[in-house]
Design a protein around this ligand. Sequence first.
Ligand SMILES: *[C@@H]1O[C@H](CO)[C@@H](O)[C@H](O)[C@H]1NC(C)=O
Ligand SMILES: *[C@@H]1O[C@H](CO)[C@@H](O)[C@H](O)[C@H]1NC(C)=O
Ligand SMILES: *[C@@H]1O[C@H](CO)[C@@H](O)[C@H](O)[C@H]1NC(C)=O
Ligand SMILES: *[C@@H]1O[C@H](CO)[C@@H](O)[C@H](O)[C@H]1NC(C)=O
Ligand SMILES: *[C@@H]1O[C@H](CO)[C@@H](O)[C@H](O)[C@H]1NC(C)=O
Ligand SMILES: *[C@@H]1O[C@H](CO)[C@@H](O)[C@H](O)[C@H]1NC(C)=O
Ligand SMILES: *[C@@H]1O[C@H](CO)[C@@H](O)[C@H](O)[C@H]1NC(C)=O
Ligand SMILES: *[C@@H]1O[C@H](CO)[C@@H](O)[C@H](O)[C@H]1NC(C)=O
Ligand SMILES: *[C@@H]1O[C@H](CO)[C@@H](O)[C@H](O)[C@H]1NC(C)=O
Ligand SMILES: *[C@@H]1O[C@H](CO)[C@@H](O)[C@H](O)[C@H]1NC(C)=O
Length: 299
Amino acid sequence: MNSKQFLIHLVSILFSIALAAKVTIAVESQSISLPGCPDHCGEIKVPYPFGITPECSLNGNRKFYLNCTQSSLYLNSSNLQVTNISLDGEVSVMNFIGRDCYNKKGVREEHIQSQLWLANYNVSSARNTFIAVGCDTYSTVNGYRGKENYVIGCVSSCNDIDYESFTSDHQSCLGVGCCQISIPSGLKNMTISLSSYNNHTFVYDFNPCSYAFVVEQGKFKFSNTSFQELNRTEKLPAVLNWGIGKESCDEAKKRANYTCKGNNVTCVAASNAAGYLCQCLPGYEGNPYLPDGCHGNGS
Ligand SMILES: *[C@@H]1O[C@H](CO)[C@@H](O)[C@H](O)[C@H]1NC(C)=O
Ligand SMILES: *[C@@H]1O[C@H](CO)[C@@H](O)[C@H](O)[C@H]1NC(C)=O
Ligand SMILES: *[C@@H]1O[C@H](CO)[C@@H](O)[C@H](O)[C@H]1NC(C)=O
Ligand SMILES: *[C@@H]1O[C@H](CO)[C@@H](O)[C@H](O)[C@H]1NC(C)=O
Ligand SMILES: *[C@@H]1O[C@H](CO)[C@@H](O)[C@H](O)[C@H]1NC(C)=O
Ligand SMILES: *[C@@H]1O[C@H](CO)[C@@H](O)[C@H](O)[C@H]1NC(C)=O
Ligand SMILES: *[C@@H]1O[C@H](CO)[C@@H](O)[C@H](O)[C@H]1NC(C)=O
Ligand SMILES: *[C@@H]1O[C@H](CO)[C@@H](O)[C@H](O)[C@H]1NC(C)=O
Ligand SMILES: *[C@@H]1O[C@H](CO)[C@@H](O)[C@H](O)[C@H]1NC(C)=O
Ligand SMILES: *[C@@H]1O[C@H](CO)[C@@H](O)[C@H](O)[C@H]1NC(C)=O
């Protein structure tokens, strides 16, 4: 073999290795979406039952159809941006924060109410907190649990001396500059309202605005820079819960559209949402919502 032949031979060996590697990768990488369906929007993975066209979402259902516009993902017919989808019944969104701002004379200059009105999702009570920030601030959350109207709220106040002391040591949300309450389960159609006792007239110099929002636990830490930072912030992350259908697992199993039908898949009740979720059995992984989406994780 001369050197030219050797080179050709070497190249062809390398080529077949590359080809073999590629084939192996293609076999091993499991799809997360239906065949022929896009599995991401920008950087965000979109696993089935979610999809970015009606045909690629479960039953073309409003609940699972997401709008992918310019590489950003939105819940259908809302301006809530989706940042992560978990097959355990969670979807992470960027939620708008409410604000209430006054000028030096105590005249309201800006008032933005934050609303989460969702037909198909519940706000996760386990993963979010309600927080209000400001020194002349009271805030309420108005919503529905079932048909019952439900109102909760908290008060936060401080003067400049309190402000000095929490800037030096306090870093927690205990009613001085910041208050928080947990969110009851099953709360729907939340409207966050903000108000003040003295229109921020006594605290205007260091705090002209109040803020309130539902936020994923751990994603907001109160500190002496919070007033400035919130002034520049439009949205913060929150977590919603979802489930398939409205039926329990036992009822759903009797129906033709039962979704957890693949091998090595089980059905569990959704948490903080109506309906059920599919899960791969222990020792299997993949997407349990796809036909035969679960595969052994050891092999
Ligand atoms: C998306 O929302 C719009 C407006 O509510 C509705 O008309 C449309 O049917 C929804 N799309 C899907 C696929 O559910
Ligand atoms: C998706 O969202 C964009 C921007 O909000 C909107 O213009 C478009 O009509 C939406 N498409 C669908 C199918 O809902
Ligand atoms: C998305 O959610 C999954 C499952 O909860 C989690 O493991 C992953 O870290 C999240 N990704 C991002 C970018 O938050
Ligand atoms: C606060 O502002 C509201 C609306 O701008 C006004 O009606 C009210 O009189 C003000 N109260 C005080 C104490 O300044
Ligand atoms: C909650 O909001 C959804 C979506 O906008 C709406 O369809 C539903 O009627 C609302 N429910 C109540 C009790 O206001
Ligand atoms: C905020 O508090 C930190 C200590 O936690 C301190 O180092 C810093 O100077 C304070 N910043 C302001 C603007 O007060
Ligand atoms: C925050 O924003 C409002 C208007 O959006 C402005 O009047 C105010 O001076 C800003 N600064 C602080 C520190 O809140
Ligand atoms: C399955 O079908 C039943 C009626 O046959 C319907 O009520 C239910 O919403 C469907 N479930 C899903 C997940 O589409
Ligand atoms: C997983 O599915 C295969 C094929 O149906 C079956 O043979 C196996 O017993 C299942 N494993 C478990 C743990 O049920
Ligand atoms: C929200 O939770 C309540 C209580 O758990 C439940 O009755 C309701 O159906 C849930 N809504 C959705 C859209 O899952």
